[in-house]
Design a protein around this ligand. Structure first.
Ligand code: NAP
Length: 355
C-alpha cells in the first residue's frame, strides 16, 4: 500500500480524556493522519493540549502535539475527519453537527451505535456494513461507530466460530479501570475491591454483537439470532478487559474445532493491509494461566486479542478466556482502523487514501 505524501489533518473530540489521549498517541506515528485539532469542554479550552490533559497513560506524544490549543467542539474548515471520544452525555448532538457540516465522524461513544443507518463496525468482521451509511440524511457527512470496548473482544473471539452455528453465549467480564474514563474512581475505592456493576454495559455486550453479526439488507441490518447473557465487573487492572466466555452450538463441536477456527481466522485482504490492522488478529495461547492483562494486552500493538484456556463446559458446550486492550483495540486503535477502512473504500468524497 502507498502512503499519502501529505498527511490528512484530523480533529479529536474529547481529546483530553482516556480515549482521546490514546488517540493522540496513536495518531502521532500514523502514516496517513495528523492530529491538527484537539477539542474538549469549556474547562479545557484555550489551554495547550499538553497542559489541559492529565496524561495518565503516559506523556504527550511530542512537542508539536503538546503545543496545540484545545478548541471548542465546533466544525471548522479544513478538518473533514474527526474521531469522537466524547462523554456520552454530550456526544450525540455534537457528532450529528459535524456530520451535517460534511465531516466523516468516527465515534467511540455509544449514542449513535444502534441507529438504523449507522454502521457499527469491527473491520475484520463486518466491513460490508459500511454500505448502511449511504442511508444517512447528511449530504456528504457520515457517522460510523466503533463498538463498546468489551463487545470488540467478544466479537473478534466469536466471529471465527460463526460457521459452527452459535446457539448461546454466556460472558462474564473483568474490565479495566481505564474503561471507566479518566476521573471515574478514587484510588481507595478499587484497592482490595471489585465492583460487580457497570451501568448500561451488560445491555451493550448483549446487543451490539448481534448487530455486528447481522446481515445487511435493503431494509437495514437483520440482527443475528443467537442469545448472549452478560455480567460485567470492574476490577483493579489498569488496561485490558478480560472475558470468561461459555458457548453452546447448534450441533456437536469439539474443543479442537474452536482452536482451528481461531488459528485460521484472517481479515479480508483489503482490511489486513491497512496500517493499523493486526496480523494475526487473534493469538491462541498455550499457557495454562493465560491470557493475563499485564502480559498479553499489547499483542499486535494492542490491536490483537488473546484467547486461552479453551475447554469443555459442564453447562454449555465449551468455555474459554479472551482479553483485549480496551483503550487501543476497544477504542482509539479500533476507531483509527475504521477510519482507514472508510478511506480505503471511498466512503467520503473529499477523503481518500492519498497516492
Ligand atoms: P473521559 O476520560 O471521561 O473523557 C471524556 C471527554 O469528553 C473529555 O475529553 C472531556 O473534556 C470531554 N467532554 C466532557 N463533557 C464535555 C462537553 N460538555 N463538551 C465537550 N467535551 C466534553 O472518557 P473516555 O473513557 O475517554 O471515553 C470517551 C468515550 O469513549 C465515551 O463515550 C466512552 O463511553 C467511550 N469508550 C471508552 C472506552 C474506554 O476504554 N475508556 C472504550 C470504548 C469507548 P474535558 O477534559 O474538557 O472535560
Amino acid at each position: 500500500m502507498r502512503y499519502p505524501k501529505q498527511k490528512i489533518p484530523v480533529g479529536v473530540l474529547g481529546a483530553t480524556g482516556a480515549v482521546g489521549q490514546r488517540l493522540a498517541q496513536l495518531l502521532a506515528n500514523h502514516p496517513w493522519f495528523e492530529l491538527a485539532r484537539p477539542m474538549a469542554s469549556e474547562s479545557s479550552r484555550s489551554k495547550t493540549y499538553g497542559s489541559a490533559t492529565d496524561w495518565a497513560q503516559g506523556a504527550p506524544p511530542d512537542e508539536r502535539t503538546a503545543q496545540l490549543r484545545v478548541e471548542a467542539c465546533k466544525p471548522s474548515p479544513g478538518i473533514e475527519l474527526v474521531f469522537s471520544a466524547l462523554d456520552p452525555s454530550v456526544a450525540g448532538p455534537i457528532e450529528t453537527e459535524f456530520a451535517a457540516a460534511g465531516g466523516l465522524v468516527i465515534s467511540n461513544a455509544r449514542n449513535h451505535r444502534m441507529d438504523p443507518n449507522v454502521p457499527l463496525i469491527v473491520p475484520e468482521v463486518n466491513p460490508d456494513h459500511l454500505a448502511l451509511a449511504a442511508g444517512q440524511e447528511f449530504e456528504t457527512g457520515r457517522i460510523l461507530t466503533n463498538p463498546n470496548c468489551s463487545s470488540i473482544g467478544l466479537v473478534l473471539a466469536l466471529a471465527p466460530l460463526l460457521p459452527l452455528g452459535i446457539r448461546r453465549v454466556a460472558v462474564v467480564s473483568m474490565q479495566a479501570l481505564s474503561g471507566a474514563g479518566r476521573l471515574a474512581f478514587r484510588e481507595d475505592e478499587l484497592s482490595d475491591n471489585l465492583i460487580p456493576h457497570i451501568g448500561g454495559e451488560e445491555e451493550k455486550l448483549e446487543r451490539e454483537p448481534l448487530k455486528i453479526f447481522g446481515t445487511c439488507t435493503q431494509r437495514g441490518i437483520a440482527s443475528a439470532r443467537f442469545a448472549i447473557s452478560a455480567q460485567c465487573n470492574r476490577v483493579a487492572v489498569t488496561d485490558g478487559h478480560t472475558l470468561c466466555v461459555s458457548i453452546d452450538f447448534e450441533g456437536e463441536v469439539q474443543t479442537q474445532d474452536l482452536i482451528s477456527h481461531w488459528s485460521r481466522f484472517k481479515a479480508p485482504d483489503f482490511v489486513r493491509h491497512l496500517p493499523s490492522a493486526p496480523d494475526p488478529p487473534i493469538h491462541v495461547l498455550d499457557d495454562v494461566d493465560g491470557p493475563q492483562p499485564k502480559h498479553h494486552r499489547d499483542l499486535g500493538r494492542g490491536m490483537a486479542i488473546a484467547i486461552g484456556r479453551p475447554r469443555p463446559c459442564n453447562v454449555l458446550a465449551h468455555k474459554f478466556v479472551t482479553l483485549s486492550h480496551n483503550t487501543i483495540r476497544g477504542a482509539a486503535g479500533g476507531s483509527i482502523l475504521l477510519a482507514e477502512l472508510a478511506l480505503a473504500r471511498g466512503l467520503h468524497p473529499h477523503l481518500s487514501v492519498p497516492q
